[in-house]
Design a protein around this ligand. Structure first.
Ligand SMILES: C[S@@+](CC[C@H](N)C(=O)[O-])C[C@H]1O[C@@H](n2cnc3c(N)ncnc32)[C@H](O)[C@@H]1O
Length: 582
């Protein structure tokens, strides 16, 4: 899971009747040039100082917020959103994830500006704060999810862990549910749509109505499992002498032994962990065979090879040299894989008070599931309740999980593990999100040399190119075809480096045809390598083969959409070209 960092900075009070808030795109943003270009195109700079007067009316506050939001959205775009570059012109935003992050950054800026202001300015800032929260609420009404939980399913081990946590200073407004189903209300509810979540295992449910800013969960640093724990144990003296031994590897080896330790401080935590994680790293032979030709197969094989090399580096040497400290029965390849799956699927990156980022296991917080919601139009969305987490509060020496959007009593409270593709989620977390995931992209292997870069045009300079299902695009017109502009522009430039205007000249149209035919042949070959569609017999198919086939079908669906768009595009271009012939 990834921590989210803010890249906006806030300003200071100007005088008793004015204050300003500064929004800034920081230069260490890896997408700085591209975002800067977009900001300039929209008439903004990379730094914008917004002035608020104590006499500001509600209308002017609302306009100010809209302006701040336009900048905030661009600052919070991720690589995929920036590459595919389209935003929903009807709704006026890019994605629920982006909107939620932009709104919450605004809220943080306003909250920070509130301290130390004069009475009059506090009123204006509070109006702005309310306007932001109102926008967050309005977004949420469309996606209201209700959870049906059967409390008899709450397990004893989970109850004991929560009790242990509370005795050690954990504060929680969430309870653990072991089995639940959910159905959507709101527009979708009116349509009578019923959605069950299957296979998400345990999750966290709000015990009361939680507002934006409420702390859903607070974990003291003393019960967070981080590298500091290893430094205090008997393994450390040996591990520290091994060249290239990272703190992550030490933690893996520590957890393989600690789970057998009856006197462990974390015994209650280990008791709640599954015996098997069922991620892509545990796929059996049938599932691997079913994956032939897929990106998921590549991802799983690469990850497994890396882990196998790591295992072979340490074992059996450590068991042979120090059998008392590394008993062979605790350090089998299967146990190593279990520990890797634990750390991949349950760890979070945490910034500690000393400014160091450490990968940690966090008891109780480990029950938080990844947000995955279907919007009213059936589009799956990343819409987490908790966005900004992962930084230790140095005053309380605890990790807090504040709400970025409301969560009603009885609703599942989720965070985001990151903007991951389905193949990544299957490989490292063992699940495939519902419906169509915006991060399901197929990278295109083009060797983009330095000479190909256009210095003044950051939006055209991408070191990697990719495609996604063309059903996600709103623009299937000539010169677009539902395909990403950076890719099309790159392929056009390869054919004619001097092309400037996208007009309907014969030379341009001929290039369009070549580009589309080129893409068609690349993707036809990719489709062929996937073979025919497989039949899934729901009841008799194992979990891994089911996931493998789902993932293969998804890849087929994306490729098929590209082929359909290329062929529709060719027809459009040919029809324009026929004017020249006649
Ligand atoms: C950090 S744990 C969350 C708690 C977990 N559900 C449990 O029972 O221990 C991560 C695991 O939860 C499951 N999970 C999380 N979010 C999910 C989702 N949106 N859909 C399906 N499974 C999910 C996956 O198995 C994932 O590896």
């Amino acid at each position: 899971m990834e921590a989210v960092e803010l890249c906006l900075s806030n300003g200071t009070a100007e005088n008793a009747d004015n204050c300003s808030i500064v929004l800034e795109l920081t230069e260490n943003d890896p997408l700085f040039d591209k975002k800067k270009k977009l900001l300039l195109d929209k008439g903004f700079g990379v730094k914008l100082q917004i002035y608020l007067k104590s006499s500001s009316s509600l209308d002017s506050i609302s306009n100010t917020l809209e302006r701040m939001l336009q900048i905030g959205r661009i600052i919070h775009l991720d690589e995929v959103e920036l590459y595919f570059g389209e935003h929903d012109t009807q709704l006026g935003f890019y994605s629920t994830r982006n909107e939620l992050e932009a709104l919450n950054s605004m809220l943080l800026l306003v909250n920070n500006s509130l301290s130390g202001q004069t009475y009059k300015l506090v009123n204006v800032l509070q109006d702005l704060q309310e306007a932001v929260i109102d926008k967050i609420h309005k977004m949420g009404n469309k996606y209201k999810v209700e959870m049906k939980i059967d409390k008899t399913y709450i397990g004893d081990k989970e109850k004991i862990l929560v009790q242990w946590g509370e005795n050690n200073g954990v504060r929680t407004k969430l309870e653990i549910a072991c089995k639940f189903s959910r159905f959507r209300t709101g527009w979708a509810g009116l349509l009578g749509s019923l959605k069950c979540v299957e296979g998400a295992g345990r999750g966290t449910i709000a015990m009361e109505d939680l507002k934006v800013g409420d702390i859903a969960l607070e974990i003291p640093v003393s019960i967070i499992i981080s590298e500091d724990i290893v430094y205090k144990c008997d393994l450390y003296n040996i591990l520290q002498k091994i060249d290239g031994m990272s703190s992550e590897s030490m933690l893996l080896l520590w957890s393989m032994k600690e789970k057998h330790n009856c006197d462990s401080k974390f015994k209650n935590y280990f008791e709640t962990l599954p015996k098997e994680f069922n991620t892509g790293l545990s796929f059996g032979v049938d599932a691997i065979m079913a994956l032939e030709g897929t990106l998921l197969l590549e991802e799983i094989m690469q990850a497994k090879e890396h882990l196998r090399n790591q295992y072979d580096e340490f074992f059996p040497a450590l068991c042979n040299d120090y059998p008392d400290i590394f008993p062979a029965e605790f350090y089998t390849w299967e146990q190593f894989l279990w520990a890797c799956e634990l750390w991949y699927s349950n760890s979070m990156k945490v910034m500690f008070a000393d400014g160091k980022l450490r990968t940690c296991l966090i008891p109780i917080a480990g029950f938080l599931n990844h947000s995955n919601i279907l919007s009213d139009c059936g589009k799956p969305e990343l819409y987490p309740h908790i966005v900004h987490y992962g930084k230790v509060d140095s005053v309380t020496n605890s990790l807090k999980f504040p709400l970025s959007r409301p969560c009603s009593a009885g609703e599942q409270c989720c965070l985001s593990y990151g903007n991951f593709s389905t193949s990544h989620l299957i490989t490292f977390y063992g699940f495939s999100p519902q419906g169509d995931n915006p991060y399901d992209v197929i990278p295109i292997d083009i060797d983009v040399g330095q000479d190909d870069c256009i210095e003044d045009c950051p939006m055209s300079n991408w070191s990697t190119h990719m495609v996604q299902g063309t059903w996600r695009s709103n623009n299937h017109n000539i010169f677009h075809y539902g395909l990403p502009t950076p890719l099309l522009d790159y392929l056009r430039r390869v054919r004619n480096p001097l092309q400037q205007e996208k007009d309907l000249s014969q030379a341009n149209l001929e290039i369009e045809l070549e580009v589309l035919e080129d893409l068609q042949s690349t993707f036809s070959a990719m489709m062929e390598s996937l073979g025919d569609s497989d039949f899934v017999d729901g009841e008799n198919t194992s979990w891994d083969v089911k996931l493998a086939m789902e993932s293969k079908d998804l890849q087929r669906k994306i490729i098929s959409s590209i082929l359909t768009s290329c062929s529709a595009g060719c027809k459009l271009v040919e029809s324009e070209l026929s004017r020249f012939v006649s």
